[in-house]
Design a protein around this ligand. Structure first.
Ligand SMILES: Cc1ncc(COP(=O)(O)O)c(C=O)c1O
Length: 361
């Protein structure tokens, strides 16, 4: 495959060359079946095998305990913003949300359509450049669940460890941007979900890890909205995104072949350290987030002016470093270091940053 740009996009992210090559080979004929992956029926034996293998691989990678179901559901993470409260919130109950970023806030907004929402802690006063402080967290009396976002893709902050919910309830986590980039203690959660277009492949689905006793909704809801429906139908209540599931499987295989989640975590550590050190030693760039709250997968920074930031992105693109835009609501610059971004890609970025700074003083 000819040399391709390194993408630091927040999603859809770049895919490893091996994954792309394997996917392309299956487009015209899936495993010598004659029909390609884009034409493969979801009721075929071939898809059945693909699906089962994918689930098995992911269960192993995630160290999933037996008490948890693993579902593949259309609609990305935003559908989960709505599906979770549809199943577990009611007009008589309140769910607590930790508002650590724009997506965390969006999740709370969706939940408010189903019942009470209490923002137990928020970092909005720091423009979401920090994780809400534990000692400033005020849970409601008897929350249905506590929702948090483990990594805030937009501003580049990350929880070091899960928050501690009140004993009477359970923790729900949007891990869209850091699932498979570090180990998760699944048993501390009732539910973890992640959109697919960052570390799990390409857009089109969400991976949902749900404790089995939480699959049944707390009140009658439409069948399509219910986790129990999707679990009973083995994630095939309606036609699943077959080709996105192949990409998911190829990414899971690639992750396992490259040392699993533990190795991905040490790579994320090395990549982000390189970049933060370059930022902290620079008089030109400035990291946006205080070191205590920094994400290992989304590094946000700024240059002295908006014009320079625009030129930075243009010139970076010319040398094959793309996707460095900041979150659309705030601007600045951001390098997303998802699993497929190689360490050498970050080294190239750091070199480019140094030369751009020298040229632009
Ligand atoms: C933390 C987080 N949650 C939710 C989403 C929304 O994902 P989707 O657009 O796939 O629904 C994103 C998307 O980038 C995200 O970063």
């Amino acid at each position: 495959m000819p040399s391709r740009p390194i993408s630091f996009s927040p999603g859809p992210s770049m895919l490893p060359d091996e994954v792309l090559a394997k996917y392309v080979a299956q487009v015209t004929s899936y495993r010598d079946f004659g029909l390609g992956i884009l034409e493969l029926g979801h009721r075929t034996r071939q898809f059945e095998d693909l699906f089962d293998d994918t689930i098995d691989l992911l269960r192993t990678l995630l160290h999933l305990p037996d008490a948890y179901e693993l579902l593949i559901i259309h609609g990305g993470a935003r559908f989960q913003f709505s599906m979770l409260p549809a199943n577990h919130l009611s007009p008589e109950r309140t769910a607590d949300y930790l508002e650590s970023g724009h997506f965390a806030r969006a999740a709370a907004v969706e939940a408010a359509a189903y019942g009470g929402v209490h923002v137990a802690a928020s970092s909005s006063r720091s423009s979401f450049l920090s994780i809400p402080e534990v000692n400033a967290t005020r849970y409601s009396k008897d929350p249905a669940y506590v929702h948090y976002t483990s990594n805030n893709t937009e501003m580049g902050t990350q929880y070091e460890r899960p928050p501690q919910p009140p004993e009477s309830t359970w923790l729900a986590c949007d891990a869209s941007s850091d699932l498979l980039t570090r180990p998760f203690d699944i048993a501390q959660h009732g539910c973890i979900y992640a959109t697919s277009h960052k570390n799990l492949g390409t857009a089109g689905l969400a991976l949902v890890i749900m404790r089995r006793d939480l699959l049944t909704p707390v009140r009658p809801i439409a069948p399509f909205m219910s986790y129990a429906t999707h679990a009973a139908a083995k994630s095939r209540f309606n036609t699943p995104p077959v080709s996105t599931i192949l990409v998911l499987r190829l990414m899971a295989e690639w992750t396992a072949a490259n040392g699993g989640v533990e190795r991905m975590a040490s790579l994320a550590e090395a990549k982000s350290k390189l970049l933060y050190e370059a930022l902290d030693h620079s008089e030109f760039y400035q990291a946006l987030v205080h070191s205590r709250h920094r994400s290992k997968v989304n590094v946000t920074f700024k240059a002295p002016t908006a014009d320079l930031e625009e030129r930075f992105q243009r010139e970076a693109e010319e040398v094959g470093l793309v996707g460095l835009w900041g979150y659309r609501k705030v601007g600045h610059l951001r390098a997303s270091l998802f699993n497929a971004v190689p360490l050498e890609g970050v080294e190239r970025l750091v070199d480019f940053m140094a030369s751009f700074a020298r040229r632009s003083k």
